[in-house]
Design a protein around this ligand. Structure first.
Ligand code: C2E
Ligand code: CA
Ligand code: CA
Ligand code: CA
Length: 278
């Protein structure tokens, strides 16, 4: 039995070692990929439900890893988040997305009001550099601050005391703040109303079909958010009936596969030209 026990420990050891080296390997590859231009930004349209028009896009990063193909963020963001690398990655996305939208605006007056939402990880938001990073991206691109939305998760506000001050500073620049995946944490709307926050993004899990039990909750969130002067985005809208219902509830914005999947920059350009054509 002793023998078998030791065997197990060795197996466990081996599995752990393999995991650690896979992690380290990916970290190295991520850093090299960032330096080598292997990342790209895709853009998912956000619909303004009041006007029925395109409001703008959420920027979502992808890794075009040589020999592998397009890697989705859930496969590498957690690794990047375990080191300072996430700050470099977020900074790159900030620069690329603001540059792209500024380019679209310059090309056509119809695009003048397009917004862009960028995801900022908790680690980056807690880093004092985040304010400088956003400022530099705005200056470099020439994008008006009012067109930039920074998306952060509610846990960040609770767990990272420094984050709060950085959000205050970002809003002083004119940038809007959205709470991503709202509903998955323990924050209440009342708590958020006193915080440097403009928008709630209701998590996909509350919108998706088969969760009709959430309808009353979502309706409540929308009306409470409005009472506190916050706007609401519903994410993960996949069905026409959901969109119709969200309109009836006076939800402000919608995003999801029903409207469009995230698109490579060129296709997103075609999408806004088609949507905003006079
Ligand atoms: P998120 O910020 O909640 O982004 C929404 C995710 O839901 C995106 O996945 C999007 O493609 C997907 N989605 C949109 N509409 C639908 C729908 O109707 N149905 C379904 N099933 N999914 C939908 P994606 O692009 O794979 O991104 C995953 C997560 O990775 C993001 O979740 C975000 O947390 C993170 N992420 C993406 N880009 C960045 C980035 O530049 N920086 C950081 N820090 N995180 C990022
Ligand atoms: Ca997001
Ligand atoms: Ca989200
Ligand atoms: Ca998410």
């Amino acid at each position: 039995a002793k023998e078998r026990g030791r065997g197990r420990v060795e197996l466990f050891d081996e599995a752990l070692r393999a995991q650690l080296s896979a992690h380290a390997e990916m970290e190295t590859a991520l850093a090299a990929g960032l330096a080598g231009g292997e990342f790209e930004v895709h853009y998912q349209p956000v619909l303004d439900l009041n006007s029925g028009r395109l409001d703008g896009f959420e920027a979502l990063v992808r890794w075009n890893r040589p020999g592998v193909g397009l890697v989705p963020p859930n496969d590498f963001i957690p690794v990047a988040e375990s080191s300072k690398l996430i700050c470099d990655l977020d900074r790159w996305v900030l620069h690329e997305a603001t540059r792209q939208v500024a380019e679209w605006r310059a090309a056509d007056p119809a695009a003048a009001g397009l917004t862009v939402a960028v995801n900022v990880s908790g680690r980056h938001l807690a880093d004092p550099r985040v304010v400088r990073d956003v400022t530099e991206a705005l200056l470099a691109s020439g994008l008006p601050p009012e067109l930039l939305i920074v998306e952060v998760t509610e846990t960040v506000l609770v767990n990272e005391p420094a984050a709060y001050g950085h959000l205050v500073a970002l809003r002083e620049l004119g940038v809007a703040v959205a709470i991503d995946d709202f509903g998955t944490g323990y924050t209440s709307i009342g708590q958020l109303s006193g915080m440097p926050v403009d928008t709630l993004k209701i998590d996909r899990s509350f919108i998706s079909s088969g969760t009709s039990g959430h309808a009353e909750l979502v309706a409540l969130v929308i009306s409470a958010a409005h009472t506190f002067g916050l706007t609401v985005i519903a994410e993960g809208v996949e069905e026409e009936s959901q969109l119709q219902w969200l309109r009836e509830q006076r939800c402000d914005f919608a995003q999801g596969y029903l409207l469009s999947r995230p698109l490579p920059a060129a296709a997103a350009g075609d999408a806004w030209r088609a949507a905003l054509a006079p």
